[in-house]
Design a protein around this ligand. Structure first.
Ligand code: SF4
Length: 482
């Protein structure tokens, strides 16, 4: 390659950094984006090929076009299902529209969470400050909708202009006599994980305000379950059948009154550990409530979650009821899954999700369907999470942290995945590449948790992987050697 012809210093620097490479195309040297940037080399690991070490939990590399959402979005997705609260986005209208109706969370009562209120910050507010506007908007919303609480989300611009959001919230709280909480989620101040933390801080502020009703000695809080397509109701039903009282669910079908008394529960059961472990730790320190981590996806993890709760209470009746419940549900489910497995045996899946706990369950659930995971990654996994993913996946699996569309496309092609399991931002990658897609993120409308959820998941995967449309897809033909 004649590199002497390559005389632009700026481009040279970009190439040295790994952003570009020279390729010979159409008789000329051209630049091509590399799929893995040099700064990201240690965030990608191929089992059995690379020596294991993975970097994670760091800020996204500039130029990477990360799939991650911002801090504000992180807090918004956690608090969104609290349906009887006003959610006010203090910032430009774009931040509010970006997260408008962001989850498929259902509510059994109020539906205030589905409206995206915004202070619609404009140039004048940036110059003169947005506190007066925030105060009047908050008062108007509270008077009009009579919410049980109000969350005020701080966005990038609010962090920059320095509005004293805490002072405004404090004033409105004392005047209107409901919790008015500033969520410090300025978009630029960290990763999506910092947004989860800001949301946990906000929930913790509501907690402990009420001990009006006595709770049973066999009671739990469900943490990190967001009632997508009614999943909280499925899970609550299992616990009720076991004889376990649910004090609060944070935040699926969330109600402020329930969150206020969550400190009385005897155990916290944490599903989405990425978002809720911080709160579980705070509740342990402040109220002495122990917690366990579970997952409600797939047969193995769903059953384990129920057994772990039963074991915690050391009550033989609860254990008996749990065994019966699991036996009944699994015996109904397995024969149907076997039928799907016949078609899906040996098919390959790529997984890219927000939290890695969900990825663990998906790897196991796909195995039950006879499928192999060839690529798996997450936006917010920890070193221990990736270590565990390494343990449960096969040689040759690519494990990646905070990935981007170029990398994911490359891995999918390399490994010949038949289906990509991800969320709204991963969907176009699958569509453009001509492979199957399964939405396993917070916008979905189909329940995928619990035993019922496993059946829906199998149906969904089967329908997309076996669709006859793939015989027209070059990517699929190549992967299948057609
Ligand atoms: S908070 Fe900042 S990064 Fe997030 S959507 Fe608003 S402007 Fe964008």
């Amino acid at each position: 390659m004649c590199r002497s012809a390559f005389n632009s210093n700026a481009l040279k620097e970009l190439e040295n950094k790994g952003y570009l490479s020279l390729i010979f195309l159409g008789g000329k040297y051209r630049f091509k984006m590399l799929q893995i940037l040099n700064e990201r080399q240690l965030q990608v690991f191929e089992k059995g090929v690379d020596e294991y070490s993975i970097e994670c939990g760091k800020a996204s590399a500039a130029g990477s076009v990360s799939q991650r959402a911002c801090v504000f979005c992180g807090s918004r997705v956690v608090l969104y299902p609290v349906a009887d609260a006003v959610h006010l986005v203090h910032g430009p209208i774009g931040c509010a529209s970006y997260t408008w109706d962001i989850r498929g969370s259902l509510s059994s009562g109020e539906e205030l969470h589905r409206i995206s209120f915004s202070t619609d910050i404009q140039e004048n507010d940036v110059i003169y400050g947005g506190e007066k506007k925030l105060y009047s908007v908050l008062c108007e919303l509270i008077d009009r909708y009579k919410p049980a609480a109000a969350f005020v989300y701080c966005t990038c611009i609010i962090g920059l202009i320095g509005d004293d959001v805490d002072a405004v919230c404090k004033r409105v709280e004392s005047e209107r006599k409901i919790p008015v909480i500033a969520v410090h989620s300025e978009g630029f101040k960290g990763t999506k994980r910092d947004g989860y933390k800001a949301a946990c801080e906000a929930l913790f502020r509501i907690m402990g305000k009420s001990s009006s009703t006595l709770v049973s000695d066999i009671s739990i809080n469900i943490l990190g379950e967001f009632n997508l397509a009614g999943e909280t109701w499925i899970i609550k039903d299992y616990y009720k059948r076991m004889g376990v009282e649910i004090v609060a669910c944070l935040t699926g079908d969330g109600k402020v009154k329930e969150i206020e008394r969550a400190h009385q529960a005897k155990l916290n059961v944490v599903q989405c550990s990425g978002s809720m472990t911080y709160l579980a730790n705070k509740m342990k320190e402040e109220y002495g409530i122990p917690f366990i981590r579970v997952s409600y996806f797939g047969i193995e993890d769903m059953s384990r979650a129920l057994y772990d709760v039963a074991e915690f209470f050391r009550d033989s009746e609860i254990m008996k009821r749990t065994q019966m419940l699991v036996r009944d549900e699994v015996s109904k489910l397995l024969p149907i899954l076997e039928r799907y497995k016949c078609d899906l045996l040996g098919r390959r899946a790529a997984i890219y999700v927000g939290g890695s706990f969900k990825a663990f369950s998906l790897v196991k659930a796909l195995r039950i369907l006879g499928m192999e995971t060839v690529v798996v990654g997450s936006q917010t996994g920890t070193a221990e999470d990736y270590e565990y993913l390494k343990e449960i996946t096969k040689e040759g699996t690519i494990i990646c942290d905070d990935s981007n569309p170029l990398e994911l496309s490359k891995f999918i092609l390399e490994k010949g995945a038949d289906v990509l399991i991800g969320g709204v931002k991963e969907r176009p990658i699958a569509f453009k590449m001509g492979i199957g897609f399964c939405d396993h993120n917070h916008e979905r409308k189909i329940a995928l948790a619990g035993f019922e959820g496993m059946l829906n998941f199998a149906k969904e995967i089967h329908a997309t992987v076996m669709s006859p449309v793939w015989k027209f897809s070059p990517a699929r033909k190549k992967a299948r050697g057609m």
